[in-house]
Design a binder for this molecule. Structure first.
Ligand SMILES: NC(=O)c1ccc[n+]([C@@H]2O[C@H](COP(=O)([O-])OP(=O)(O)OC[C@H]3O[C@@H](n4cnc5c(N)ncnc54)[C@H](OP(=O)(O)O)[C@@H]3O)[C@@H](O)[C@H]2O)c1
Length: 402
């Protein structure tokens, strides 16, 4: 179906386009939005010390630390007393404090079969969010994890291990989207924020937790899910709205995305927040496939990605103009008809976590208008095996994993 422009919505809202996917199932958005993250003050001196002692070459190389992780309790007390007798399966969901992550956490916790570890950067917000949607108390634990700090990611993994839970499923869901940012922002380790958070933070987390998933004692199915997006796929109309995703030869990423020794963009170009988000989503989809190639046969772990649909109401658009945020959901609902509620998107992701029929590894899932899942096709770049291998190597090197 053809793309449609949203000039009718507001002439002051730039470049809003939406489209139906090839399957006719859903729509996607390219919008002039401004979505940011908090820059928090680090009060956890021991954590910083640990990172230094760990000999993070990255930290030694990147001079100014531009953001740091917030000190927070390691986990809520909600369920720590009951975990020893808990027979539920365990899923970690990053960014479960709002939108898709929260909706998915609720579906899984409500089922009574899952204990959700809500891996969130804003501890209190996550706790309040869980309460506000009525998640059962024994169905979740909030644990601090700021994906824009490698130290915080490592500390989260340590804290999770101390919890004594066996990990069944990891969902890499959190993301930031900065389409109208004029200047780049950076992670604590000096990487451009969108790719640093959405790709590198998750890459480290998934690599560290693979060990835990592999060595799990029970026979439950184990899965690693990395949320993708149609906007990173140039085989769709939405993916063709400029600026298009393009990782090029990864020269910016290889240089560290720091804006000093290298470009802040993966392909080495000038900063563009919307492109950085799309690039990060291509990285997410490539990472899933590379993990599938490297580990599925050896470990039996199922690796998957998905496009949950256009969830027009989520915090992804939180810093956009108020007018945009008011008009965007009805525009999606009544004009493009591509609107997906947070509740529906949560059911979709929960399916990828737990539905026995969605157990094929290496798949990028999408849903049609009847909300039936199907295996979708990725763009040429998002399915380029050679690029996936190179992305893996460069990312490993940057994060000190290689
Ligand atoms: N909305 C859509 O139409 C759409 C379409 C396709 C794909 N997606 C994907 O769906 C996923 C969820 O997005 P959403 O729409 O649900 O947006 P959202 O409501 O803004 O959720 C994003 C989550 O990521 C968290 N987050 C951001 N930076 C973080 C960091 N440094 N460390 C830890 N957590 C961090 C946020 O935490 P705070 O609550 O603390 O801010 C929030 O919980 C993303 O991967 C996005 O790319 C969304």
């Amino acid at each position: 179906m053809a793309a449609c422009a949203a000039a009718a919505v507001s002439s002051s809202i730039a470049a809003l386009t939406c489209e139906r996917s090839a399957s006719g199932s859903t729509s996607s958005v390219q919008a002039s939005a401004f979505v940011g993250t908090k820059v928090s003050v680090c009060r956890d001196a021991s954590a910083l010390l640990r990172a230094v002692n760990a000999g993070s070459s990255r930290q030694a190389l990147v001079a100014p630390v531009r953001a740091q992780s917030v000190a927070a309790p390691a986990e809520t007390k909600t369920s720590s007393s009951s975990k020893k007798t808990d027979t539920k399966q365990t899923v970690i969901i990053t960014g479960a404090s709002s939108g898709l992550g929260l909706a998915t956490a609720k579906v899984l916790a409500d089922s009574g079969k899952w204990h959700v570890i809500m891996a969130c950067r804003d501890f209190l917000k996550a706790e309040r969010a869980a309460k506000s949607v009525g998640m059962p108390k024994d169905g979740y634990t909030v644990m601090h994890c700021d994906l824009s700090s490698l130290n915080s990611v490592r500390q989260f993994v340590e804290n999770f291990r101390r919890s004594g839970r066996a990990l069944d499923v990891l969902v890499c869901n959190a993301a930031v989207y900065l389409p109208t940012a004029k200047e780049p922002r950076y992670t604590a380790d000096g990487f451009e924020l969108s790719v640093g958070t959405n790709h590198l933070g998750h890459f480290l987390l998934a690599n560290l937790l693979l060990e835990d998933i592999q060595h799990k004692q029970n026979d439950n199915e184990r899965r690693v899910i990395i949320v993708g997006s149609i906007t990173g796929n140039t085989n769709t109309v939405a993916g063709n709205v400029p600026p298009k995703a393009n990782l090029g030869d990864l020269r910016g990423l290889a240089g560290g995305l720091d804006g000093v020794r290298s470009s802040v963009m993966i392909d080495g170009g000038d900063f563009d927040g919307a492109k950085a988000y799309k690039d990060s989503k291509v990285c997410n989809m490539l990472t899933m496939q590379e993990m599938h190639r490297r580990y599925h046969e050896k470990t039996g772990i199922v690796f998957a990605s998905l496009y949950p649909g256009c969830i027009a109401t989520t915090g992804l658009f939180r810093e956009h103009y108020q007018l945009f945020r008011t008009l965007f959901p009805p525009f999606q609902k009544y004009i493009t008809k591509g609107y997906v509620s947070e509740e529906e998107s949560g059911k979709r992701l929960a399916q990828v976590v737990s539905d026995p029929s969605l157990n094929k590894s290496g798949v990028y899932w999408s849903w049609n208008n009847q909300s039936n899942s199907f295996e979708n096709e990725l763009s040429q770049e998002a399915s380029d095996a050679e690029k996936a291998r190179k992305l893996w190597d460069v990312s490993e090197k940057l994060l000190g994993l290689a």
